[in-house]
Design a protein around this ligand. Structure first.
Ligand code: HEC
Ligand code: HEC
Length: 279
């Protein structure tokens, strides 16, 4: 039987900012998933206030197999320039931290990577496939396709943002067909985050210790709790440093101030926890 991870972390996080003390004395204020969600709600409302977009089902659908990886890198940079300088730029920059370039994706030559590189840069930074687990990716793509089709309350964004290759004068880009959406999901799932299995021997009890609680508070704010076995002990410090950079981005976005009354999350203890349960 698969037991669920205790959700105490979530309810704690819902109270407000969590902070993580970095080795040394500085502490980073870290907003919780709730405020990230609030940011998204603001985004949704902001866009909902605009007139619904015309359907772009007639948009252009380029043959991704004929686009070189260099071309995809160039198009991604062009897209970013377009959305980040649009009147929704500030909101769109808040959706995801800067991700890989198309050429830096795993299996960059594969069709899945090419489709992700073409479509998933039209409104925000290219997401890293390692960010979410397989189950979450299915849901995310199901949420994104209607946006690209100009349906729902984010239709206006679609009309403004989706552009076929061809520079400023390019026509609109059509949303992926159902088969292409399935290829995108399969690709993201192939390179997805490995979620923690709380039934692993020894892990359930460890998650209930102070270090385990700190790990849960810090590390399930943006994605599922990662499996400590994903990395060898020697590799975890660098991964956690990268995550702290992601948290800094999130903090800058939400503008949460460090509050000394909030629980302190010590990066060193989280690393030690991960290392104890590493491969
Ligand atoms: C038409 C615009 C548009 C396109 C194209 C688009 N997105 Fe999004 N995306 C959004 C908006 C708006 C949000 C913020 C609201 C939300 O999360 O639903 C978002 C949020 C996200 C998030 C952050 C939220 C989370 O659950 O982690 C991820 C990841 C994401 N998109 C992945 C993708 C992928 C993968 C693709 C390509 C298949 C894609 N997006 C294409 C508009 C778009
Ligand atoms: C502010 C959002 C955010 C928080 C909080 C966060 N992550 Fe991540 N995580 C990401 C993003 C974005 C990616 C994909 C890009 C990357 O790998 O840097 C990711 C990917 C990962 C991956 C897969 C990539 C790899 O190198 O294996 C692991 C493992 C991971 N995170 C662990 C953690 C741990 C441990 C914590 C808690 C210390 C944490 N994350 C907290 C945003 C976050």
């Amino acid at each position: 039987m698969r037991r669920t991870v205790p959700t105490a972390a979530r309810s704690l996080a819902a109270r407000g900012a969590l902070s993580i003390a970095v080795a040394g004395a500085t502490a980073l204020a870290m907003p919780c998933a709730a405020s990230a969600q609030a940011g998204q709600d603001v985004a949704t409302r902001e866009l909902a206030a605009r007139a619904p977009a015309k359907s772009t089902a007639q948009g252009v659908r380029p043959d991704v197999d004929r686009l070189s990886i260099d071309e995809l890198d160039r198009l991604a940079a062009e897209s970013r320039q377009r959305w980040s300088t649009s009147r929704h730029g500030q909101m769109l920059l808040r959706i995801l931290p800067a991700g890989p370039r198309p050429s830096e994706l795993p299996e960059p030559e594969s069709r899945g990577a090419r489709l992700v590189a073409l479509y998933c840069v039209q409104c925000h930074h290219l997401p890293d496939p390692a960010m979410h687990d397989a189950e979450r990716w299915r849901g995310v793509v199901q949420r994104m396709v209607p946006r690209m089709e100009g349906k729902g309350n984010l239709g206006a964004l679609m009309a403004d943002m989706m552009k076929a290759p061809g520079g400023a004068q390019a026509p609109g880009l059509a949303a992926p067909r159902p088969g292409e959406a399935r290829e995108i999901v399969a690709y993201l799932q192939r390179h997805a985050q490995q979620p923690l299995d709380p039934t692993q021997p020894g892990l359930a009890r460890a998650l209930d210790t102070d270090a385990g609680r700190m790990f849960r508070h810090a590390c399930d704010q943006c994605h599922v709790l990662p499996d400590p076995k994903r990395h060898a002990a020697a590799d975890w410090p660098a991964v956690v440093r990268r995550m702290q950079a992601n948290m800094l981005w999130m903090n800058r976005v939400a503008g949460t101030r460090f509050d000394v009354r909030e629980p302190q999350l010590r990066a060193a203890d989280i690393v030690a926890f991960l290392q104890r349960h590493a491969r």
